[in-house]
Design a protein around this ligand. Structure first.
Ligand code: RAM
Length: 861
């Protein structure tokens, strides 16, 4: 049966196609508001034939029927990040683009078409003024006819909700994003063509404090009539303002909404606003306006409560079964003036009431005052909470289980990967990582989602960024975050501990925190092959490394604030700082090499080497053969840097510490944990890494899960008091990268970044029976799954068009093995079959393959 299917598949090869939904501009599908002069185009070639390669492509861009760029047939196997090279793009225009590609046999695909819209390229394009007033603003205007095209450009600091003719515009929430406002504010672009009518219209906005702590907005609607005439509706001194039903709003404290203060009809034409005040023109915030070129924050899902209890009379506690970011939607019916209160929490006391101690100063309370009459539905607009439990008080009558429905809210990044394995605990950790990361993508990568913090702590950001890139399409999100870092950089080259700089982040960042700048840049290059981020950030990275040099003495750095944060066993701060000084110099050298800048490449390579020897001299303990204080992190950072001379038993000291001193547990904080798993894997200790990953006693991920964690904790310890103990803190989620890269075995190859070359090298370890990973890369889908039964190991691999892979088939404990691929012999008697490219290395047989789907089967012989 199966061979018949295979034959059929071969008889009808699907050659040279294009994945329909994967045409992208600057990593986004059909984006509006593109404000880069040379946007980059990407597509995903599909071909069921093995070894398929794109040999050429053609892109045609046009606007209003006129071609502005036609590449002709370009010989290239590049399908991502092709830079626009046509006539200068104009502000506020719609462009169509189409692409086709040719395979290795010169067969072309059909064209596929997609769209993009440009934003406002220059400050002069903005006719609107920033306005300020109470938290509702409005303006009536009239149009001669129904427009054929209309775009709204809007930014708010803090938050806005734009409304036209009684309806909310678009589906963004908590917009505009959190940026370094004094440098940059991001506007969103909406297609509002269908919302405008001939005759009277109204545009209105509700404003919240957001991260900015004030309420100002800028709105510009550009309208095109059927006869080609244009009109602009823009915020100016003629807008009117009045306070509305939102009587208080704060990200940390929640929102208070008094429905009696609603002003019905205020967002429709003809509303009597004669008693409303004139807005004041605001001084434009210092930052430039740039387009939000990343997925906005949206409501991405709903969760029904799994349980409702009443621990006290008049108090109900809803359990949503999952820690997440967002809010609840309330359904209520009662008398005007009745006041319903909703508080949010991560944990419960034993008596079933909510425990809000660990939220510290965040009150996380939403209040709704009824207007009375029919059923009323309310959800907040300008706050969000991190919680699993919601407490309801003041509710008239008895609530139903669906009185509260949870709304999940975060940056709407697309899921990109999946990982699962035969071991339940691994799947639960994976679940906690995915929820932990998603709930901390709130236009910036935050440390936590619940307490009075939720900041872009930089170590947290880089430590979970690789796991984020494997689970979600993060390219546009991190491109923006890197720009935020750039915007935060001080004249001395330092960057802050949190980006944007916020409370707690005084002075220059701890080196382990600030190294997020070089590291996230490097990860973008490795995983998305993005050279532009290196170009844009090279200077900044170099200045960051130079800043560290200004603080260094004899090649090491004493400057450290947090070191290996929240460990079981501490590690000397200077050792951690010097490690990141090395990392920064190393990435600067690599970035220079990538850009072909030979002079800095050499200078920073020399610097990195100097730091290595200084590290060795200062931190090596020749008696103990260990580094620093001998902690796991001390030794593993030395091993990761590659300073440990051959023959020195430091690796043995590390594994002894894990095995014997700590009884198969790690003792690392967030830094050590990130580097521990790849190091153990690289050094032939995957089995030990696996034991740590599936451990369920303290300290371990399993320990958290067995105590009910649905996301990752901030601490290995189980704490619930008013100390620092968030229950949704994704920084220990770095292990998520190891799941994909080691257990499923989908690894990138830096020599050909963006998964142009792929290393499929699964670790077949412990009692794992199977593991499986999928990843949507910029070149197309990659997958790797394996399963075993006795000595038989089956590996299924998919490689995208134009990519190549090395597939590492482990021999395991077998001396001699035999390998088939789709039933045909490919390795036997220590030799590759004819026409098969394979070699033996490190006790594994390494097959070189091109695109397509392969099934390898290993058995003893
Ligand atoms: C805590 C943050 C974060 C960490 C800093 C040093 O306040 O939550 O996780 O990076 O401290």
């Amino acid at each position: 049966m199966s061979s018949w299917i295979l034959l059929l598949a071969c008889a009808l090869p699907v050659a040279a196609q294009l994945a329909p939904s994967d045409l992208r501009v600057e990593y986004l599908r059909d984006p509006l508001g593109v404000d880069v002069a040379h946007p980059r185009f990407s597509w995903v070639p599909v071909d069921s034939e093995r070894g398929a390669k794109q040999s050429a492509y053609q892109i045609v861009v046009s606007t209003g029927g006129a071609t502005v760029w036609d590449t002709g047939k370009v010989a290239s196997d590049e399908n991502a990040q092709i830079e626009y090279g046509g006539e200068a793009l104009q502000s506020d225009k719609s462009y169509e683009w189409r692409v086709r590609w040719w395979d290795q046999n010169d067969r072309s695909s059909a064209y596929r078409e997609a769209h993009f819209d440009t934003g406002l390229f220059s400050a002069a394009d903005w006719k609107a003024r920033w306005i300020r007033g109470a938290n509702q603003m409005r303006k009536d205007f009239s149009l001669e006819s129904k427009p054929v095209r209309a775009r709204a450009f809007v930014a708010g600091v803090g938050y806005y909700e734009l409304r036209i003719n009684g309806r909310k515009v678009g589906d963004h929430v908590l917009d505009s994003p959190y940026t370094v406002y004094r440098r940059r504010i991001l506007y969103s672009t909406y297609d509002v063509t269908g919302m405008l009518d001939a005759g009277p219209n109204a545009v209105a906005a509700m404003l919240g404090e957001g991260w900015f702590g004030a309420r100002a907005a800028i709105v510009q609607i550009e309208v095109e009539m059927p006869d080609g005439r244009r009109a602009t509706i823009a915020t100016d001194a003629t807008w009117k303002s009045a306070p509305g039903p939102i009587v208080a709003d704060s990200i940390y404290n929640g929102e208070a909404y008094d429905a009696r203060k609603e002003t019905p009809g205020w967002d429709r034409a003809g509303f009597d606003d004669s008693k409303w005040s004139a807005v004041s023109l605001d001084d434009p915030p210092a930052g430039v306006l740039s387009s939000q070129m990343m997925p906005p924050i949206r409501v991405t899902g709903e969760i029904m409560p799994v349980k409702m209890t009443s621990p006290r009379p008049g108090m109900w506690v809803f359990d949503f079964g999952q820690n997440f970011s967002g809010w609840v939607r309330l359904k209520v019916r009662g008398e005007a003036g009745e006041k319903v209160k909703i508080r949010h929490a991560e944990t419960l006391y034993d008596d079933g009431t909510i425990n809000v101690e660990n939220l510290r100063g965040a009150r996380a309370t939403d209040t709704y005052i009824l207007k009375g009459g029919d059923a009323e539905i309310y959800e907040p607009r300008f706050t969000y909470h991190g919680f699993r439990y919601a407490e309801l008080t003041g509710f008239p009558g008895t609530p139903q289980q669906d009185t509260l429905i949870a709304r999940v809210v975060h940056s709407d990044v697309e899921p990109a990967g999946g990982f699962s394995a035969s071991k339940t605990i691994l799947n639960q950790i994976q679940h906690n990582i995915v929820w932990g990361i998603a709930s901390n993508l709130e236009s910036i990568p935050t440390d936590c989602n619940q307490r009075d913090e939720r900041m872009g702590w930089m170590a947290d950001a880089h430590l979970y960024s690789e796991a984020a890139m494997l689970n979600f399409d993060m390219a546009a999100f991190y491109t923006n975050f890197l720009r935020n870092i750039r915007d935060s950089q001080d004249d001395d080259g330092s960057v802050p501990d949190t980006v944007p700089r916020a409370r707690y982040a005084r002075g220059p960042a701890d080196p382990a925190w600030g190294s997020a700048y070089p590291l996230i840049t490097l990860y973008m290059y490795q995983r998305y092959g993005d050279r532009r981020v290196i170009e844009e950030n090279f200077d900044g990275i170099r200045r960051w490394t130079d800043f560290l040099t200004s603080r260094a003495k004899n090649g090491t750095l004493d400057f450290s604030k947090y070191g290996d944060w929240v460990p079981i066993e501490p590690t000397p701060g200077p050792l951690v700082s010097t490690f990141y000084y090395y990392v920064s110099a190393d990435v600067t050298a690599r970035a220079a090499e990538i850009l072909g800048k030979s002079q800095p490449a050499q200078a920073y390579r020399e610097l990195a080497d100097e730091i290595k020897s200084a590290f060795e001299q200062r931190f090596f303990n020749p008696e103990a053969k260990t580094y620093g204080n001998g902690s796991q992190t001390s030794n593993l950072l030395a091993l990761t840097m590659g300073v440990v001379p051959k023959g020195t038993p430091t690796l043995g000291r590390l594994t002894d510490s894990i095995n014997y001193q700590h009884n198969t547990h790690l003792s690392t904080g967030i830094v050590g944990t990130r580097y521990l798993f790849p190091l153990l894997t690289r050094t032939g200790n995957s089995a030990l890494a696996y034991d740590l990953a599936v451990q369920t006693t303290y300290p371990s991920w399993g320990y958290m899960i067995e105590r009910g964690a649905t996301t990752l904790w901030e601490l290995w310890q189980e704490k619930t008091g008013d100390s620092m103990n968030s229950h949704n803190h994704p920084m220990f989620g770095s292990i998520g990268a190891w799941f994909y890269e080691a257990l499923a075995g989908i690894d990138f190859d830096e020599s050909a970044p963006g998964y142009r070359k792929i290393q499929i090298r699964p670790q077949v370890v412990g009692d794992l029976r199977w593991a499986s990973g999928t990843l949507k890369t910029i070149r197309g889908p990659v997958s790797s799954s394996w399963s075993r039964d006795g000595d038989t190991l089956r590996m299924e691999v998919t490689i995208p068009v134009s990519s190549t892979a090395e597939v590492w088939v482990p021999k395991g404990h077998l001396d001699e093995i035999q390998v088939t691929e789709s039933g045909k012999n490919v390795w036997k008697d220590g030799r590759a079959a004819e026409g098969v490219k394979a070699r033996e290395e490190d006790g594994q047989i390494v097959f070189e393959i091109g695109s397509g789907r392969y099934v390898f089967e290993r058995s003893g012989s």
